[in-house]
Design a protein. Structure first.
Length: 256
């Protein structure tokens, strides 16, 4: 299809400008209109000729449709996420809109730019907790039923995976992280390390490690990525320095 603009879908990283990729920066430079959640769009330093179209966090599909309409009209558009746009973010919403939308949207030049997602930034700050098999689960039940989340938590814990929890808690969902910890305590050893990684790379960054048996959901907010280790995850104490947390690359024979 000719005459359309390019639609870029980018992630700004966890928040530090240093963690936004050069490829994402080039997409920003090439775009004219920017669609995204208010805080993510506000992270960008735009030229006077570039236009922000910011919206609320629960308007992902409407945002994607509006961006696709502008790209179909010949405008170079950038859809902005935090972290990586493909991890619980806008790339899936754009694809969903294309899947259900008019045929002309399938001819738009779509460029999804990978970014640094929260669990990678937190893991890098604390050591290597994702050094072996792991998974990511969103605790938000806005788009899937809570019983499905409970079942997935039990299954991945039983399988021995490290678990990165996104959207762990909010004012509307103050109980879910505590319930998740209770589910995991029935499967995992009490000494399993839990990492509360808040605002990784930003001035208000906070990293906290505590055993699952003592993990307190009140230590998290929506800016926190919570990583729960596997039974093999280890903590290395270092005098005068923060502890290191890592999951060995190998699985001992007795754990198979």
């Amino acid at each position: 299809m000719t005459g359309t603009g390019t639609l870029y879908v980018i992630g700004t990283g966890p928040g530090s400008p240093d963690q936004m990729t050069p490829e994402a920066a080039r997409a920003v430079e090439a775009s004219t209109e920017f669609f995204g959640y208010f805080p993510y769009v506000d992270r960008l330093s735009l030229r006077p000729d570039q236009i922000k179209v910011a919206s609320d966090n629960r308007e992902e599909l409407n945002r994607a449709q509006a961006a696709l309409n502008r790209a179909a009209a010949g405008v170079n558009v950038c859809v902005v996420s935090g972290g990586d746009p493909g991890v619980f973010a806008m790339a899936a919403a754009v694809c969903e809109a294309i899947d259900a939308g008019p045929a002309e949207w399938r001819g738009i030049d779509l460029v999804v730019v990978p970014g640094v997602t929260a669990m990678l930034a937190v893991a890098a700050r604390i050591g290597a907790p994702l050094g072996h098999d792991f998974c990511a689960i969103s605790l938000s039940d806005n788009l899937k039923p809570w019983p499905v989340i409970e079942r997935r938590l039990r299954m991945v814990a039983e399988a021995g995976l490290v678990i990165a929890l996104y959207n762990p808690i909010s004012k509307a969902r103050p109980w879910q992280l505590g319930t998740a910890f209770e589910i995991l305590r029935n499967v995992l050893p009490a000494e399993t390390p839990v990492i509360f990684g808040r605002a990784a790379g930003r001035p208000d960054e906070r990293m906290l490690v505590m055993p699952l048996g003592e993990a307190d959901a009140a230590r998290a907010d929506m800016a926190t990525c919570v990583i729960i280790g596997s039974p093999q995850t280890r903590v290395i104490a270092r005098e005068g320095r923060p502890d290191l947390v890592y999951t060995p690359r190998f699985l001992p024979a007795e754990a198979t």
